[in-house]
Ligand binder design. Structure first.
Ligand code: ZN
Length: 277
């Protein structure tokens, strides 16, 4: 499932091809995505210039020159690819946007949990998904003081609380496991009991893990124009995620160390009980 770093990688990959371009044609093959595609999408965005691509959480935002905004979510299986305008759609290509440059941006989503929506800039604050998102973890404003505020009064396990999109935007299961390991914090620890110094380390770990994933994703961007499956998404070496039973990367020879898997709120957590307190 695309998480924040994958979406950021897609944003960076699309940026040089999309920013400044005029949308020349729009094809909607299916309107029934997780959110219905606006019936008049083509009418609203055709002939508009894309001024800027930004991201909020896992939502890609295309800001248009008339104050309109395109919102794209990749859901569970969505991909955005770039092909030439003459390329015919394949199965699961739901929305295709032709640009004046001759490029075509295609939303391909077999499971249709993603969406391709549109609103006015002033209405972004009312969006049911965006309006409840917490701070952006890669923004400078996200620091230990900010995180402390978000965790105040939360007695649930830190792992689960960090997955709450209202606490931090866009953090997914993989990155929370990796960040908690790097910060030496137990996933079971009550969120509100992590001391300030622990939060300082945790914030650094979150930023580091996400930035690293974006950087690794960036190195695969040469494949980005192929909408055939492998493009855009990074391959990253995880320290704990999906490594149950393997040695702890920090203490590979120590007996008490080793990666364990537990289930918290139905999601797998991977951690080293000796390193993480
Ligand atoms: Zn360990």
């Amino acid at each position: 499932m695309p998480e924040l770093p994958e979406v950021e990688t897609v944003r960076l990959g699309l940026q040089p091809h999309v920013e400044g371009q005029i949308i020349s044609k729009v094809h909607v093959e299916r309107y029934d995505l997780r959110r219905p595609v606006p019936y008049d999408l083509g009418q609203r965005i055709t002939q508009r210039r894309v001024v800027e691509l930004s991201r909020r959480g896992k939502v890609l935002l295309w800001h248009l020159d008339d104050g309109g905004v395109i919102l794209i979510h990749l859901g569970m299986s969505g991909r955005l690819g770039i092909v030439s305008a003459s390329t015919l759609p394949i199965r699961h290509d739901h929305v295709r946007v032709e640009l004046a440059s001759g490029d075509q941006v295609v939303l391909h989503d077999p499971r249709r949990f993603g969406f391709f929506d549109y609103c006015q800039r002033d209405d972004l604050v009312l969006d049911p998904l965006l309006s409840r998102l917490g701070p952006e973890p890669l923004e400078p404003a996200f620091d230990a003081t900010c995180l402390a505020k978000q965790l105040a009064g939360r007695s649930g396990p830190i792992k689960n609380v960090l997955l709450d999109q209202a606490v931090v935007a866009g953090l997914g299961n993989i990155y929370v496991c990796e960040a908690l390991f790097r910060a030496g914090i137990s996933p079971m620890r009550a969120a509100k009991t992590v001391p300030h110094q622990g939060l300082v380390v945790l914030v650094d770990a979150i930023k580091e893990v996400l930035a690293h994933a974006v950087a690794v994703g960036g190195s695969t961007l040469k494949d980005h124009r192929k909408p055939d499956g492998s493009q855009g998404y990074f391959q990253m070496q995880f320290k704990v995620y999906d490594r149950e039973g393997q040695p702890c990367p920090l203490h590979p020879d120590a007996k008490k160390h080793g990666i364990q898997r537990i289930v918290q709120s139905g999601r797998s957590t991977y951690y080293c009980p000796a390193c993480q307190r």
